[in-house]
Design a protein around this ligand. Sequence first.
Ligand SMILES: Nc1ncnc2[nH]cnc12
Ligand SMILES: [Zn+2]
Length: 336
Amino acid sequence: MSLDAFIAGLPKAELHLHIEGSLEPELMFELAQRNGVAIPYDSVEAVRAAYDFSNLQDFLDIYYAGAAVLLTRQDFEDLAFAYFQRAAADSVRHAEIFFDPQTHTDRGVPFAVVVEGLIAGMDRAKAELGVTSGLILSFLRHLSEDEAFATLEAAKPYLHHFIGVGLDSSEVGHPPSKFQRVFAAARELGLKLCAHAGEEGPPEYVREALDLLHIDRMDHGNRSMEDEALIARLAAEQMTLTVCPLSNLKLCVVKDLKDHPVPEMLRRGLHVTLNSDDPSYFGGYVNANYSQLAEAVSLTRQQVVQLAKNSFEGSFLSDADKAARIAEVDAYAAAN
Ligand SMILES: Nc1ncnc2[nH]cnc12
Ligand SMILES: [Zn+2]
């Protein structure tokens, strides 16, 4: 069996996926028409052609504009279910997905519409596809901490739907320290804590995410590799990093997949997982991330299995569920 075929059937979890970043151009057009929203493209091909980014901000500008077609509960359910169909096809058994409530509430879409639509899509995915999931409320870091607090307040009636909070959007100039108080409040509410750190921002931001936000999981973390003491600490703490190879390539965090830090991260004992981030914008879902990285840096089958096990280990599932899913990975690896 080829490594690609092995990856295709390998049970895995996805831990870094922005649901708004799974909006495929076809669905963007469908929703634009359904809702009478004008979009600045005249074809699906024109949308895809616009996905040529030099950095994170280039991407974010287009990503926030694309989200304008999402208005109704049904839109959010359709968006989520479309993602889960692709995830299921990639042998994803469990996904912990980010959403950006402020991107929608700032356009006048009620918080309830967004959450109820996403939850409906997640419930359908469990019933029809057997994919379990959790929802992570992500704060936009280019906005103020007061606005993050207002978002957390709006989330309170729906708290039982969330497994955690995250921190995303423009990293440089918006260090984790800006959100120290709202992360403490989220922890008090029993939520898990994630933050994007070290995608474009310096190792100092990674340290702040650890020391000031007290995160349970780190999104990206690439630039930690510039700091020996930080590498040693992340390895000692077995902090899960949700790494996104095709995102890193498209946003010019790495020049070539051959330069990707994952092999060095593994060699240094870091707890790495592979994820798709914003698959519609970056050219591939989770299996494409595994396969293209494996090809570029010559990952072994054993490393690929380790990455899949890490994905369950680093999830917010219960210990019993983690063990059951990891046993599934072992059984698959033994049989193939
Ligand atoms: N890769 C990324 N980094 C920061 N914010 C994001 N929002 C969606 N994708 C993101
Ligand atoms: Zn991300």
